[in-house]
Each structure stands twice: as structure tokens, then as C-alpha cells.
Ligand binder design. Structure first.
Ligand code: SAH
Length: 343
């Protein structure tokens, strides 16, 4: 018998399950609160439910369908979670806390592996296995919260996979994070390598979370060399689409730019970038390349990073340098690469 999986369902679905099983409808709200507000990971923690209801739930439901297989803690406090999915695949998520900030940010995955093939990224080396379903996306946050006893305040869709190629599950998971986990739209960021039809759909839906774009180059020729997606959706079309997006949603986008030594970190690159995004309502987030042994790309020199930042700032943009987190446990950007057993 297929059991009814609780985490990932909304209140109406849990109510229907309860009514179909001859239970009072109002019990659904109690279960909902246990799951989403208290991250209860066992039925016995749901102390205001009658024992008979708990027995029924044990028989007919599962709280979660994915499980924590491994956990690594970095010296900076970042935690990387490896989840085992019901078909034996793996997914990863990362929990980060930044000093002096109350925010607790979780970086979650939307696919097993990734089809985009960015040359510098470790996840790309896995290839694409499959999309995660809505429940598998939601349960990453549920398990992080139940395991640590902490409340996640911010979510970034920057783990494995391309969120805009798993559009429906992305959107339904955001709805549940907002409505059930009570995480505000502005505390959610979706990062894409530039899937234009997906960005257009977000614009039509008047997307109110933050959209981040992995741009990483300042012109199409350079971008095509490191990001094959640019062969299909060109740099210029991407920037035009983003301009329309910011007009339609009245939201600024975030331009992410991974600086790689001698690839895209020169003064000329910075000037080209400033020019390309001059009329785009955006902030810029510079990321220092995380080296890994599977690739030849290298970190930029510190002075080049600062020069790059200065040039963009001088052009009027707000620029931040992303703090590196969890690189000692391969949890930093572009380092998520676990897929299957024994890999
Ligand atoms: N597919 C989406 C979501 C992944 S986000 C996207 O491309 O935006 C992961 C981010 O880490 C992307 O910006 C990616 O380009 C970046 N990245 C990949 N490898 C990296 C590395 N080694 N060092 C730093 N950032 C990297």
C-alpha cells in the first residue's frame, strides 16, 4: 500500500485525508501545526492527538519520504545534509549562519544532478538524473529544522539543479514555504542560469521572491565558452528579458558573477559587465570561485576582486562579495556533487 506522505501537503489535503479516514476535520490543523510550525518528526511527539489517531497515522502515513543519510559540519558552522530519496538517489542541502545575523539560510536542491553543463561546476559533472518532486523539495527544509531544532528563516534555491527546469514543483514548493512554513516571499531567492521561458513565466506571475541570475560573463562569446545555456538563450536576449521582468514585477534582480582567474576577472570584463547591465535594475553579487580538483579553474587574486567590485560600484551598482561558506566540506557554491550510493 502506498502510504500518504504528510510533509509537503497543504491543510486542505490533510483535512481530506482525515475525513476520508473517518477522523474529525479539525485534527488536520493540529497535525499541520506539528509538522510545519514545530517540525515534529514522530507521531508520538503529537501529544494532543488521541492515541487512536496516532495509530491510524502510523499505519497509513509517512511523515517524510526522504531521510538524512549523512551530515557534515564545517569549521565555520555550515552544515551539509545528504538526503537519501526513496529511489536510492541522493540530494544535498546546506544550512548557513552568518556571524552577527539572526538569519538562518538553507540552500536547497531542485534536481538530482543538473542538465546545464556549466564547465566550472562540480554538480554539472553528475549529469542530469531527475527532477525532485514538491514533497522532496519541502522535506529538505523540514528535516533540517527537525534535526537541528532551529527555524530556517531564508531559503535559496541554489543547490543542485536548475530550478526553472522544474518549474511547477518550484512554484508549488514556494507556495508551501510561504503558507505553511510562514517564510515570507522576500526571504526566498531562486537562482537560474538563464532559462528565458522560465523567467518570462515568473514575470507573468508577478513573482515576488528574489530572482538571481548566474551570469558569470559580460558578453555572449565568453559566456558560451563556460555556460552552454548561452548557445540556446543568448546573453543579449537574457538581459532584455530581465529588463522586462524588472518592469513587470517592480523587483530588482540579483546578478551573480563567479570570478575565475584569467577567465572573467579582468578590468575589461568589469567594464563590459558594468556596460551590459547599466540599464538593468539589479544588485551584483560577486562570488569567489571555489576550486575543486575536478576542474582547472582557479580563484581570482584578491586585488582583482576588489578592482572588479570598485568598477561596478563606480558605475552605480550595489555590489556585495558573497561570503564563502563550508568549502572545507565541499558545501560551497558549485561543490555539491553527491548523487548515488558509493559515489
Ligand atoms: N542552476 C542554478 C542554481 C544553482 S546555484 C543556477 O545556475 O543559478 C549555484 C551557483 O553556484 C551558480 O551561480 C553557479 O554558477 C555557482 N557555481 C558553480 N560552481 C561554482 C564554483 N566552483 N565556485 C563558485 N560558484 C560556483
Amino acid at each position: 500500500m502506498n502510504k500518504f506522505i504528510l510533509v509537503g501537503k497543504n491543510i486542505e489535503e490533510i483535512e481530506k485525508f482525515m475525513v476520508d479516514n473517518n477522523q474529525s476535520k479539525y485534527r488536520a490543523r493540529q497535525i499541520f501545526n506539528w509538522l510545519y510550525l514545530k517540525s515534529a518528526d514522530s507521531y508520538d511527539k503529537m501529544t494532543d492527538l488521541p492515541v487512536s489517531t496516532r495509530e491510524l497515522l502510523k499505519e497509513k502515513t509517512l511523515i517524510n519520504s526522504i531521510f538524512i543519510k549523512d551530515k557534515q559540519i564545517s569549521k565555520d558552522g555550515t552544515i551539509k545534509f545528504l538526503f537519501e530519496l526513496s529511489d536510492g538517489n541522493y540530494a544535498e542541502a546546506v544550512l548557513m549562519r552568518f556571524d552577527n545575523r539572526a538569519n538562518l539560510t538553507a540552500c536547497i536542491s531542485t534536481q538530482v544532478g543538473c542538465p546545464m553543463g556549466c564547465l566550472f561546476c562540480a554538480t554539472a559533472k553528475l549529469g542530469f538524473v531527475r527532477n525532485l518532486n514538491t514533497e522532496e523539495i519541502i522535506q529538505q527544509i523540514f528535516l533540517i529544522q527537525s534535526d537541528t531544532g532551529l527555524k530556517v528563516t531564508n531559503i535559496v534555491y541554489m543547490g543542485q539543479g536548475e530550478p526553472l527546469l522544474n518549474f511547477d514543483n518550484l512554484m508549488s514548493s514556494i507556495k508551501i514555504f510561504r503558507e505553511c512554513f510562514q517564510i515570507g516571499a522576500r526571504r526566498i531567492t531562486v537562482s537560474t542560469c538563464g532559462i528565458i521561458p522560465g523567467i518570462e513565466k515568473l514575470a507573468e506571475l508577478n513573482f515576488q521572491s528574489t530572482l538571481a541570475i548566474s551570469l558569470h560573463a559580460a558578453d555572449n562569446e565568453k559566456r558560451k565558452q563556460i555556460m552552454p545555456v548561452s548557445k540556446k538563450y543568448s546573453f543579449d536576449n537574457l538581459i532584455e528579458t530581465l529588463k522586462k521582468y524588472t518592469n513587470m514585477t517592480s523587483r530588482r534582480v540579483t546578478i551573480e558573477y563567479v570570478l575565475m582567474k584569467d577567465i572573467n576577472d579582468s578590468t575589461q570584463d568589469a567594464k563590459n559587465l558594468a556596460y551590459a547591465i547599466a540599464k538593468l535594475k539589479c544588485n551584483v553579487n560577486l562570488i569567489i570561485y571555489n576550486q575543486n580538483e575536478k576542474s582547472d579553474y582557479k580563484k581570482p587574486l584578491r586585488e582583482n576582486v576588489l578592482k572588479f567590485k570598485y568598477i561596478l560600484e563606480a558605475s552605480g551598482k550595489k555590489v556585495t562579495i558573497r561570503l564563502e561558506r563550508g568549502s572545507d566540506i565541499d558545501a560551497a557554491c558549485g561543490q555539491l556533487s553527491a548523487k548515488m550510493k558509493n559515489v
